[in-house]
Design a protein around this ligand. Structure first.
Ligand SMILES: Cc1cc2nc3c(=O)[nH]c(=O)nc-3n(C[C@H](O)[C@H](O)[C@H](O)COP(=O)(O)O)c2cc1C
Ligand code: SF4
Ligand code: SF4
Length: 291
């Protein structure tokens, strides 16, 4: 029995989970989605297929959506998904089921793991971005590893686990009707951003020392260093992975305010990505990591 685990990770949380799953599931491969997106056709003939990715704006990342649409599943009937998130409600498993339906498949199992937030633009009282301490990270890692031991048993035995998401800790609004509307608006905004490519989303400030790391980690290839400074190219889709923001050693990458969302990226710290190096992230683009 072989297993293909496709992963996407902006700051290493989902990569950590993919690697830990691989070490627990005999005969499993981990395959970076970002590298496959450079190919026109790709197929999996594995018995078990898994997707591991972060929650983005209450749903699945833009690139995971595009990837599942293009993936040709030739064999596996057992498909699972693991989402890592900071704590909001997640509506993405329904979305994956819609995409899989066209391939006559559905998710047999899905799981959510709470990890640290990598989006440091927030400053409001209920969503303020706080950089976790090493002790916080170690404590969280212990919980995640315990959860993965249970998840692995379900996957290996091809068990069914499709629990409804009721344990989310971050509310989009205190009033449920308002919360419903906010969810619809956020998911709609994500779709819009897919078409516009997040053109003016980021900028660099005076702290930039021209090291080029943002270009290396940019998973969609949107950033080019031109005249020693990063340029977010208009015609390339941003995957919203936030690797450029979090891996810049000078915290020089900033997020613009957008209508309704003020950015506090200048005031806030960055996610210290304990689970990944610059190479771990940039290697997701390497074609030679593919089988
Ligand atoms: C653009 C963006 C949007 C996000 N939206 C959500 C969200 O709606 N809900 C949530 O719980 N976490 C959200 N997060 C946090 C990530 O899901 C979380 O930190 C994840 O573990 C990051 O995984 P990665 O390091 O593999 O990219 C968001 C992060 C980014 C960058
Ligand atoms: S990573 Fe930061 S310091 Fe390096 S080039 Fe990019 S913006 Fe400048
Ligand atoms: S521009 Fe930044 S957020 Fe967008 S894909 Fe590149 S690294 Fe990720």
């Amino acid at each position: 029995m072989n297993t293909d685990i496709y992963y996407f990770s902006g700051t290493g949380n989902s990569l950590f989970v993919a690697k830990e799953l691989q070490s627990r599931i005999p005969g499993s491969n981990i395959i970076p989605i970002a590298s496959l997106m450079q190919k026109t056709n790709f197929a999996s003939s594995a018995d078990i297929i898994g997707f591991v990715f972060p929650v983005h704006a209450l749903t699945i990342p833009i690139v995971v959506n595009k990837f599942i649409q293009k993936l040709n599943i030739t064999n596996g009937k057992y498909v699972f998904a693991v989402a890592t998130r900071a704590g909001s409600v997640f509506r993405g498993f329904e979305k994956i089921d819609q995409l899989l339906k066209k391939k006559k498949r559905r998710l047999s199992s899905h799981f959510i793991l709470e990890m640290y937030h990598n989006d440091s633009r927030h400053g409001s009282e209920y969503q303020k971005y706080i950089v976790p301490s090493n002790a916080d990270i170690l404590a969280l890692e212990k919980v995640v590893l315990e959860q993965l031991d249970l998840i692995k048993d379900i996957i290996i035995t091809k068990g069914i686990s499709r629990e409804k998401d009721i344990n989310y800790t971050i509310k989009t609004a205190t009033n449920p009707v308002l919360g419903f509307l906010v969810e619809k608006i956020v998911i709609f905004s994500m779709k819009i951003s897919e078409y516009f490519g997040g053109v003016n989303y980021f900028y660099y400030d005076e702290k930039c020392n021209s090291c080029g790391i943002c270009e290396r980690v940019c998973l969609s290839g949107k950033i080019n260093i031109i005249d020693k400074k990063p340029v977010w190219q208009k015609d390339i889709l941003c995957y919203m992975c936030f690797a450029c923001l979090n891996f810049c050693p000078k915290a020089a990458v900033q997020i613009h305010d957008i209508p309704g969302v003020k950015s506090y990226s200048k005031e806030n710290g960055r996610y210290p990505h304990p689970y990944a190096t610059v190479n771990d992230i940039s290697d997701q683009k390497r074609m030679d990591t593919l089988k």
